[in-house]
Design a protein around this ligand. Sequence first.
Ligand code: HEC
Ligand code: HEC
Ligand code: HEC
Length: 263
Amino acid sequence: MYYRLVIIGLLSAMSSVVMAENLYLQAINEVVLTEQQLVKSQEKVEAHEDIEVKQALAMPPFHKRGKLNTSLEYTACTNCHLDPPHTKSQRSRTFMNMHSQFITCESCHFRPKDKTLDYQWEDVRDGKRIKAKTKLFRQVTSLEEKPEERVKALHSYYKITPFYQGEAAVLRKSSEFSKESQRLWEEGTTDEKIKRRALIHAPLSEKGPECSACHDKEDSLLDLTELGANSYQANKIYNNMIAQFFGRYKEEDSRIRIMRILK
Ligand code: HEC
Ligand code: HEC
Ligand code: HEC
């Protein structure tokens, strides 16, 4: 078939050790692109513009800007996406960019329906799993603990990551597949870019989960206790006022009263 793409050979030839590919790469290998996916990808590639995020502005901005998040350098997603990646939804982009400091892109965007993933902390620099502990959360551990103490204890390289059969289901910048993708993105023909973009996105969900997918104890993607949260932290995260507000008001222009958050 014309659109059947075989990339498995390239991936396995790179390593002498026979290593199982992670679930995301496996899913990419199994993709057989449809005409529709290619047409859509073509539109996206043609409309894509590289926007440069200005670090040093001539005029200091009124609001203090955060630094770029260097922990995002380790995911292949930022080969093409901005840091911070969310720009389109005015309503939620700030929250989603904030979450990408402690949750990998794939936790929200790679959620295959037929597989149960196991969410754990990993160090994105080397992909090593990190033992669950209360300290990994930004959320304070008790009423008495001060938030300032907490923020200092954190490292933004530690992120919640989906695992499957012991392997993180992520697209690391250091993987051969990602290096090849980057090469194509920079030097490939338009056709190659379109196909590669379509392959990478075929297993992903466009939208990402609702807030309630994690902030509602009943059907949460994440088992916060297994990730190390104590019961105070878990309750605070499951009953987060802002996340609940997002569930109730879905319009772009709904407003929340500050008084309600403070209660
Ligand atoms: C080879 C380049 C490339 C890579 C790598 C890449 N993307 Fe994209 N992605 C794009 C382009 C181009 C678009 C279209 C929007 C734009 O121009 O930013 C897009 C769009 C998206 C969208 C919006 C929905 C859609 O399909 O248009 C999501 C969500 C997304 N990417 C997530 C990711 C995630 C998560 C990763 C990493 C696992 C990733 N992308 C890696 C190029 C890439
Ligand atoms: C906590 C969940 C979450 C994480 C983590 C996350 N996303 Fe998203 N993403 C979403 C949701 C929800 C949307 C739908 C639009 C919105 O709410 O901003 C989205 C939309 C997008 C879009 C399309 C809309 C836009 O603003 O361009 C892109 C591209 C994207 N994500 C890329 C990424 C990349 C790259 C990462 C990792 C660096 C990432 N996302 C991490 C939840 C997440
Ligand atoms: C993939 C899971 C996931 C999704 C989806 C998600 N969150 Fe969260 N969110 C978390 C986790 C985990 C924490 C706790 C992080 C910590 O304490 O380190 C959190 C923390 C927060 C916090 C507190 C941050 C702080 O530092 O005090 C707010 C506010 C929040 N989320 C709002 C939202 C909103 C609004 C949405 C939807 C637009 C959303 N979240 C979607 C997992 C998620």
